[in-house]
Design a protein around this ligand. Structure first.
Ligand code: DP6
Length: 333
């Protein structure tokens, strides 16, 4: 096989990954826990067809990828080529279901789809755990998008990173938990500082970083048991705490990193008000390395939560996502 197409959904962490124990192997400093989504995904086709003749040709959302993105993709393909024993350049065509510049397209779905498409195109058929370790080398959060639903990423202890992999918390549950994640978009355009640079800067300069790392295991344990017990309130408390602590470490970095805008704060207030209203709507926020707010709630409340967020000044758009499957082959040729 010389070409393959894969699709992957993004994932939103409820217990955040924010810091590395090894930058070269992209090993996380802590575990993390996320929900893979059915929307906000990536479709990627890889063909080891010689690329431009000498170099990989990378197209992102219909246009040639910028040199930084191309270099990151080529470095990733180099690992796949080394593993498969091939040296041909590739053509990579990748499309996100939301525009890359919206700040919503993610490296999580991108590198999960790339890992699957590139290995298959290279004639490799890796088991999911190995695919997860490979995707992690592209982007830490991508290791989680190999799997569907609720997923936990292990910190791992080995120096080579072979145990820094994700696994699904509920492999094909008989009665899936009907949660939804509402995305409230609060700004147009790409984020000011990417997560890789921001978490590295935080680790080097934030006096809160050590305390952040020390608290993650307890958050993971609480999130795991909340999911096992289908306890939305308990999971929501952990998700909000993890997100706010992650942002607090970044805000305390030197110079500080502040991702929020006025609409971010207004959306948080609206989520809290939804919980305080009568009747109460259980809804809980999380925020990634950007100003957008993502809100976890039950499926039956999704429309109401989305409408409430749409009414917040500065919220440009909302969308409702459901739990989705892991990375999969879309077609192979
Ligand atoms: C805030 O996975 O993008 O979304 O490993 O450097 O590519 P790299 O970082 P990345 O960081 C994700 C940060 C986050 C939290 C999370 O997804 O856990």
């Amino acid at each position: 096989m010389t070409s393959a197409t894969a699709v992957a959904g993004t994932n939103i962490a409820l217990v955040k990954y924010w810091g590395k124990r090894d930058e070269a192997l992209n090993l996380p400093a802590t575990g993390s826990l996320s929900l893979t989504l059915d929307r906000l995904g990536t479709r990627t086709r890889v063909a080891f067809d010689g690329g431009t003749g000498t170099r990989d040709r990378v197209t992102l959302d219909g246009a040639p990828a910028d040199p930084k993105v191309s270099a990151r993709v080529s470095a990733f393909l180099d690992r796949v080529r080394a593993r498969a024993g091939i040296d041909r350049a590739a053509t990579v065509v990748t499309d996100n279901s939301v525009p890359t510049a919206s700040g919503l397209a993610s490296s999580a779905s991108g590198f999960a789809a790339l890992a699957l498409a590139a290995t298959r195109a290279a004639g490799l058929d890796l088991p999911p755990a190995e695919l997860s370790a490979l995707a992690r080398l592209g982007s830490g959060s991508a290791a989680r998008s190999i799997f569907g639903g609720f997923v936990e990423m292990a910190r791992g202890a080995r120096a080579d990173g072979s145990d820094a992999i994700a696994h699904p918390l509920e492999a094909e549950p008989r009665d899936p938990w009907e949660v939804r994640l509402i995305v409230a978009i609060t700004a147009a355009g790409a984020k000011a500082i990417g997560s890789t640079a921001a978490m590295t800067h935080t680790a080097r300069t934030s006096p809160f970083y050590a305390a952040w790392i020390a608290g993650v295991d307890a958050d993971l344990a609480a999130a795991r048991s909340a999911i096992a017990g289908r306890d939305l309130g308990a999971l929501g408390v952990v998700a909000e705490r993890s997100a706010l602590r992650m942002h607090a470490t970044a805000m305390a970095a030197d110079p500080p990193i502040v991702y929020w805008n006025p609409a971010t704060i207004a959306a948080l207030a609206r989520v809290r008000a939804l919980r305080d209203e009568s009747p109460a709507t259980p809804a809980f926020f999380t925020i990634d390395a950007g100003p957008h707010v993502k809100v976890l709630c039950g499926a039956a409340d999704a429309e109401r939560v989305a409408a409430a967020l749409a009414g917040v000044p500065g919220v440009l758009r909302t969308l409702i996502a459901a739990p989705g499957p892991g990375a999969r082959i879309a077609e192979a040729a």
